[in-house]
Design a protein around this ligand. Sequence first.
Ligand code: HAS
Length: 572
Amino acid sequence: MKLSTSLKRLIYWELGIPLALLSIGIYHGLMQVIYRAGVLRDSSFAKLDYYQGLTLHGVINAVVLTTFFAVAFGHAIMTFYLKKEPNKKVAWISFWMMTIGTVMAAWAMLSGKASVLYTFYPPLKGHPFFYLGSALLIVGSWLPLFDWARMYMRWKKENPTTKTPLAVLGNLANFIIWFVCTLAVAYEVLVLLLPWAMGWTPDINVTLARTLFWFFGHALVYFWLLPAYIMFYNFLPKLAGGKLYSDMAGRIALFLFLLFSVPVGVHHQFSDPSITKGIKFFQSFLTFGVAIPSFITAFTLAASLEYAGRRNGAKGLFGFFKKLPYFDQSRYLFAYFICGLIIFIFGGLTGMVNASAELNNTIHNTAWLPGHFHMTVAGPVFLAIVGMSLYIYSKAAGKRVFMPKVAVIIPYLWMIGILIFSTGLSWGGLIGEPRRTNLGLTYLNPEHELFTPEWVPTTMLGLAGGIIMFVAGMLFLVVFFGTVFRKKTEPAELEFPVSESLHNEKRVPLFDSFKPWLAAMAVILVIAYVPALKDAVTNPGPKAPRFAPESPVPISSTTNVTNYGTEASETK
Ligand code: HAS
């Protein structure tokens, strides 16, 4: 379908800006493995400090890229399936809020005033622009949801007996999750962190800030994942040459995410002493619940791929694996999706280990964690985002993909890199290698008394995998921007490879309406989070002291660090 010039431009910018920033994000990924392997034994390189680089890496790759993409993809999905364009004024206001927010946060990070990592836990304190910028990015990304909800309700009125397209359902579910979870982080940023960073409040309740962050933080990972799931359910079967095994399975999975995505954040706080055991047990249990929609997805997609393989002429039990279009340049998206899925098998398994409160004691805050999340967010999510950005751009602009042979090889290269990298990190984590640590300064420096030779092979694997990922990432940027600078040679249309359903079940109202699921979501959230927030408020432990925006030293220099909670309040 043809897009208006305004919407086309909007989508191009929303895809192009984060991909341009990705060059900085990927560079700092490479620097991480170099520092950690002890190749570099310094606290900074090219005037950028280790933690500054790690903050840029996390914020650009995991927050800016994913948020901009989700909004652009949401616009494309709603327009394509409902055959109407969103309100351009709202869409552009949202774009400008997100862009200004990103510029503010980028300035704070690049000038070294916000090296607080993407989790910005207090007492690490960033420049107020970092918090304001993040809030603007988030609020800007809310706006389209209200407009899409209006479009959807109008469509429903006009088509009361038609099933809501699965992709539309997924997109709305995703942004509802996003809206609900970001309310907590907006409160954390605007009410707790910003006044504290400005020096207006003397101290901050660290446990409350962490609990609010993780209310947002785990749902955030599903906000990353669901656009990829929308693509897997709706486009992968067609690309493979088959059909989606069951449309209903997709609906159930997407609605289950509404229930279980948010009330599991405490599984990031299993080691936080302020939160009591019962709450941790309950959220551990819910975390196993949030894996169910992914298991449903795994089986549904495997069945869809089997159907496609058999249609392509496969014989025998597993013959279908050999009949899939792994290197077909005209269906390059298949390569991006299948590599993401293969990586996600390991990302999911490591997630199940994290979810168990007991096993979590072994791996919490070790290198195992980045091992896990690179096989999730840097696996299916990253590959789906970059593959789909290239696809949407080349179709909507009517330009052929630059270096198509390379475009189809990139995801395999990335997959090999991630699997080597994550093996190193997971192995290292199991033998105690810490995450978020400049190992080159001490543990991986043979001249230092803390040198730990057991971590040499693990960090070397990390380095090897990281270099391969860096090469794949750079090649992708060449392919994407090479395509941008090509001449238009094809009809310019928004188009998706839409899959038919093999079992197109009848419309069941429960699975075609958000209301019952939203009500259930609210109930589970109250049960899971009221006691956790109560613990955080009534049993917070020492509070973090007051900082001035321009200095990392507490305002009261006489404050005794071990007692700063009470003394900071007294010296006010
Ligand atoms: Fe996680 C920490 C538990 C999924 C991201 N996670 C993180 C952090 C990040 C992250 C970024 O319970 C670190 C945060 C920080 O900075 O501290 N995670 C889980 C569980 C799941 C899970 C149970 N995580 C994700 C996803 C992420 C993500 C998705 C990003 C997109 N995670 C945790 C826990 C922690 C945690 C704890 C805290 C640990 C701590 O101590 O701090 C589940 O949702 C996973 C379910 C997935 C599956 C896999 C299904 C497989 C599929 C592929 C099928 C393949 C096919 C192809 C069909 C059950 C769908 C076959 C074809 C061939 C050709 C072979």
